[in-house]
Ligand binder design. Structure first.
Ligand code: FES
Length: 122
């Protein structure tokens, strides 16, 4: 669980291109927790709150398997919304045109970091 940033999420080697997401939780000042994840896509790390834009449920039913079979979209397991891994933009599904809440994440010293806590968790 992450309560302040910068915070270590995982080792860089844990994230393969188009592979399983690394899930983690962010803790708000009021103690509420929000699921989040990081993935690697085309060599770069991307992080988002783990909350679909259609209904606020976790995209992956807690197994970290977010990429579709093409390896180019993150897919919501509930109703199939597809999001671009690099922007979080929903290209298909009931929430098309909306975007996942992006997190400021990055790599340094072979580790993946949450650089800044998000301002809000809506
Ligand atoms: S809850 Fe994600 S597409 Fe409906």
């Amino acid at each position: 669980m992450v309560a302040a940033a910068p915070a270590l999420i995982c080792a860089s080697a844990e994230l393969e291109n188009g592979g399983d997401a690394r899930r983690f939780e962010i803790e708000r000042a009021d103690g509420r927790r929000q699921a989040a994840f990081v993935v690697r896509y085309q060599g770069r790390i991307h992080g988002y709150l783990n909350r679909c834009c259609h209904i606020p449920v976790e995209l992956d039913l807690q197994d970290g398997k977010l990429f579709d079979l093409t390896g180019h979209y993150l897919i919501c397991s509930m109703h199939g919304a597809r999001y671009r891994p690099d922007t979080g933009y929903c290209t298909w599904g009931p929430c098309r045109g909306q975007s996942l809440t992006a997190l400021d994440v990055g790599e340094k010293d072979d580790k993946v970091w949450l650089n800044v806590m998000p301002d809000e968790f809506c």
